[in-house]
Write a protein that binds this ligand. Structure first.
Ligand code: ATP
Length: 356
């Protein structure tokens, strides 16, 4: 994809220095009286040029949050700021926000060029066709400008949808599960290309997804939602390594939750002493990722017993049992153990102390 001639979306003249591009304060939504809150006091802010992924299971409130940001839903409580300006009451068309949907939503009776030109009401009519070519060039599809949408693959259609959104030069792009209709290989390559495009153009974006791999690889900030609440927002590596709660830890991948008693930077657990990332005393719950537990042949008596092995190509996942507790371990796939073998488990990294 050609990412050289990137047009940066013009910034609003009222940009105050150090103002977040978008900030949500206490966004709350209940659809019907008696229903649980669909979104419950959500706070976050995003710097210009950053990508935020809202990640969580079905029904946790991701789409409702996105719809409130777009202006399609009015919050019951809370406020939304764009460049420091309160836009909570503004209709969608006055927010300069672009949206890319899961189903692309291209106009079937228009060529790609016409689809993209349609978004350029701010550009003089005579210049729209040339501009549309530039945007299509940006997503690597300028050669197909005369094609109809049904003559494209899913990935190509998604890129046209993206070009059309960017052509409107929005301040913020919202993406609702935009890659979920693509097959696995296309999904990965499209997501990489889109990230590259956003980074090159300085686009600020919010992506909704229930796919943790997608959130971790696509975004600069990952926010995990559960039952309407935004539990934690952090950089991908940090939220994975230092999850705040057991739900966040488990939603981002397999983990071992160990209850223990902390004495400084060590917790005594059923697995023995485990290093922890906080200097505290008293009862703690610690998250230790499976790749941070090593196995060695059992030395004294009975260690842990391997009860399941799942070979996954690039790594191998093991389930083990020790004194009635289950543990998971991930090893590189060239280190193979057999089901039934006895091993000692040894933490290789500090565990992360959870808030709840
Ligand atoms: P998914 O990943 O399945 O799209 P989500 O995390 O985006 O889920 P939302 O669509 O925001 O979740 O839904 C949050 C809650 O609000 C759910 O309990 C859902 O049933 C409810 N809800 C969503 N839209 C409406 C609506 N139009 N009317 C009533 N309840 C709704």
């Amino acid at each position: 994809m050609n990412t050289l001639n990137v047009t940066k979306a013009p910034k609003s003249p009222s940009v105050a220095p150090n103002t977040h591009l978008i900030a949500a304060e206490g966004l709350t939504k209940r659809y019907r009286p008696g229903d649980p809150l669909a979104v419950d006091s959500v706070n976050f802010s995003l710097e210009s040029g950053d990508i935020l992924a809202l990640l969580g299971p079905s029904g946790c409130g991701k789409t409702t949050t996105l719809r409130m940001i777009a202006g399609f839903e009015q919050p019951d409580d809370g406020q939304l700021f764009l460049h420091g300006k309160n836009v909570t009451a503004l209709p969608p068309q006055q927010r300069r926000i672009g949206i890319v949907f899961q189903d692309y939503a291209l106009f079937p009776h228009m060529t790609l060029g016409q689809n993209v030109a349609f978004a350029m009401r701010h550009v003089p009519k005579a210049k729209r066709a040339a501009k549309a070519r530039e945007w299509l060039d940006l997503v690597g599809l300028a050669d197909l400008i005369k094609r109809m949408p049904d003559e494209l693959s899913g990935g190509q259609q998604q890129r046209v949808a993206l070009a059309r959104t960017l052509a409107a030069e929005p301040e913020l792009v919202l993406l609702d599960e935009p890659f979920s209709n693509l097959d696995a290989a296309l999904r990965e390559s499209t997501r990489k290309e889109v990230r590259k495009l956003f980074k090159a153009s300085g686009t600020t974006a919010i992506l909704v997804t229930h796919d943790q791999g997608e959130a971790l690889s696509f975004a600069d900030q990952v926010g995990v939602m559960h039952a309407g609440k935004l539990l934690q927002v952090d950089r991908p590596e940090r939220i994975y390594q230092r999850p705040a709660t057991a739900f966040v830890a488990e939603f981002l991948g397999h983990t071992n939750l160990l209850d223990g008693n902390a004495e400084g930077e060590i917790a005594q657990t059923a697995l023995g002493p485990v290093g922890i990332d906080s200097d505290i005393k008293g009862p703690v719950r610690v998250s230790l990722r499976p790749e941070h537990l090593a196995m060695s042949p059992a030395q004294e008596g009975k260690g842990a017993t391997i009860i399941e092995r799942e070979f996954r190509g690039h790594d191998c996942f093991y389930l083990l049992e020790q004194k009635g507790q289950l543990y998971s371990v991930i090893t590189p796939s060239h280190i193979l153990w057999k089901v039934g073998e006895q091993v000692d488990l040894e933490p290789q990294r500090r565990g992360s102390v959870l808030r709840d």
